[in-house]
Design a protein around this ligand. Structure first.
Ligand code: HPA
Length: 267
């Protein structure tokens, strides 16, 4: 049990949630937090071991409540490796989910697309990743549990459920491989050409260390990327964080609908 989980239990007046699902909200995707019914909000600063996030589109709150008839724990404002230089920065939030009874985790992010058939505004289900940063959040962990299997790291059932939710919401059933660049600078056009050659479909600055940590902790992981732009050099236009936030706002409605459908139809 993390100290944060104990704090939350005390604040909630005892055990909370029946088979709750956790969701980590990516850049520009925080609007989902407004949909939570009976929301109890815990600023990260009140939760021991939780990171401080300084990214302008991130809030820094853990929200407990109900969405689509299900108990949910939402993290609005993840911390990124590029803010702290620590690939384990999300361990305590993920361990706190586990201590609260979460077994399934949905990671969301904003990402650049490497595929012409996935333009800005698309939602892409992740089926695998490439940890291009070369970093690993489990370095220094002792014992054999550190040798985490990463075949089907993105849980086949959750992937199928996400694709079904896309279909039900009339969205193309896109899926692909996410490549983690540390950021915070965007990629160069040459790096994007390389990423395409190496088999990536999307690039971003989060999710991969969290997926590895979550597998180590024993959470089942699903992930979805909200495509905010084409990768650097693919259009001749410069990239900006403004664009990430604007695109996030534009697709918020569809993103919310897909996540709600996913939650509603989960067994
Ligand atoms: N690269 C990395 N991270 C991102 C991008 C991108 O093009 N778009 C949104 N997050």
């Amino acid at each position: 049990m993390t100290e944060a989980a104990e704090f939350i239990r005390r604040a909630m007046g005892g055990a909370w949630g029946a088979d709750p699902v956790a969701v980590v909200l990516g850049s520009g995707l925080g609007a989902l937090a407004e949909e939570v019914e009976g929301a109890r909000r815990f600023p990260f600063k009140d939760l021991p071991g939780f990171p401080r996030s300084g990214v302008s589109s991130h809030k820094g709150e853990l929200i407990l409540g109900r969405l689509s008839g299900r108990d949910v724990a939402l993290l609005a404002g993840r911390a990124h490796y590029y803010e702290h230089g620590d690939p384990k920065i999300m361990r305590v939030p993920l361990e706190t989910f586990k201590a609260l009874g979460v077994s399934r985790l949905l990671l969301t992010n904003a990402a650049g697309s490497l595929r012409e058939d996935a333009p800005p505004g698309s939602l892409m289900v992740l089926n695998d990743h490439i940890s291009w940063s070369g970093l690993n959040p489990l370095i220094g962990v002792q014992g054999d549990s550190r040798f985490v299997n990463m075949v089907d790291a993105y849980d086949p059932e959750l992937r199928a459920a996400l694709l079904a939710a896309l279909k039900a919401e009339g969205q193309p059933q896109l899926q692909g491989v996410y490549m983690w660049f540390s950021g915070p600078s965007f990629e160069t056009p040459a790096e994007i050409r390389m990423a395409r050659l190496l088999g990536a479909d999307a690039v971003g600055m989060s999710t991969v260390p969290e997926a590895i940590l979550a597998r180590h902790i024993g959470l089942r992981v699903g992930a979805v990327s909200a495509i905010s732009n084409f990768g650097a050099g693919m259009t001749g236009l410069p990239l900006s964080h403004e664009e990430t936030k604007e695109e996030g706002a534009k697709l918020a409605g569809r993103f919310i609908a897909v996540v709600k459908r996913f939650l509603q139809d989960l067994a």
